[in-house]
Ligand binder design. Structure first.
Ligand SMILES: Nc1ncnc2c1ncn2[C@@H]1O[C@H](COP(=O)(O)OP(=O)(O)O)[C@@H](O)[C@H]1O
Ligand SMILES: [Mg+2]
Length: 262
């Protein structure tokens, strides 16, 4: 049971200083003082991600999102399903600050995305989120090892020990000297996931990450990705067509008519 809030008998105004904890002036029970407690102790812990009634229409098009809302807690995984064209990729791209929205708000790790300029959006993508797409988007001229380190190096957060661990966990240790064209699709996507995770993002956004893979490779990639995000405390928002994949995540949400049904 948490400590309850109430008026305490030890406010700084009254006695010069007990921060946060006080005693109930009636029964003498411990309480959290609303005046002196650190604000974080009083407020419910903020969600990592809040998409709040977001709307989006592409220029010249029909509305794609019409008040879509989702929340995602730290370390949680959420599967976003919906028919082709329902706006799943759009919602994912807005969350990753790749595109702007018309109304509503997206708050990621305490940052309101509507308030960011281009530099702010770039900083958010560098420091807090990472994306994995259906296409692997590896850099052809770089080796596996160089691809894995690429984003973390750009962000100034290259941690060799962590990259070595990711490389091993994704089963890429024997492949670090190869180039993308020398890899299978499943291997390429494992590199893309490793590259995304190398900077220790708070949120991984994955848009049908196994959509280009055969069933066996898809299963391996999904297992490795889920294990890696879970053990890293990284939250995951994953777009998928597959109910079987969606069932493996902590929560599910369905996008239809521009809105999200949980
Ligand atoms: N950059 C864009 N410009 C104009 N229309 C777009 C753009 N991206 C997506 N759309 C349109 O928005 C709708 C939703 O697309 P999308 O978010 O890709 O859906 P999903 O990922 O669920 O298949 C579609 O009608 C698509 O044609
Ligand atoms: Mg899509």
């Amino acid at each position: 049971m948490g400590i309850r809030r109430g008026n305490c008998n030890r406010c700084p105004a009254a006695n010069g200083g007990n921060r946060g904890l006080g005693l109930d002036s009636g029964g003498g029970r411990a309480i959290l003082c609303p005046v002196t407690a650190p604000i974080t102790a009083l407020r419910p812990r903020a969600m990592l991600l809040t998409v709040d009634t977001v709307s989006k229409t592409y220029p010249g098009g029909r509305p794609v999102l019409r008040g879509a809302s989702i929340t995602l807690d730290r370390g949680q995984s959420l599967a976003l399903t919906g028919e082709s064209g329902s706006g799943k990729s759009t919602l994912l791209n807005l969350t990753g600050a790749l595109d702007g929205f018309d109304s509503g708000e997206i708050t990621l790790d305490g940052v309101a995305l509507s308030q960011l300029d281009d530099a702010g959006r770039a900083a958010l993508r560098r420091d807090r989120v990472a994306l994995v797409f259906q296409q692997f988007n590896l850099i052809p001229a770089l080796s596996v090892a160089q691809n894995l380190a690429f984003q973390a190096r750009l962000a100034g957060r290259l941690d060799r020990g962590w990259i070595d661990e990711i490389t091993a966990r994704l089963g890429l240790t024997e492949l670090t000297g190869r180039y993308p064209e020398q890899l299978s699709g499943g291997q390429q996507q494992r590199v893309a996931i490793g590259r995304a995770m190398a900077g220790r993002p708070k949120l991984l956004l994955a848009d049908e990450p196994t959509g280009n893979l055969d069933e066996t490779a898809a299963g391996t990639v999904l297992d490795l990705m889920l294990e890696l995000v879970r053990d890293s405390g990284t939250a995951l928002l994953l777009v998928t067509h597959s109910q079987a994949i969606a069932a493996r995540l902590d929560r599910r949400a369905h996008l239809t008519g521009g809105r999200v049904a949980a």
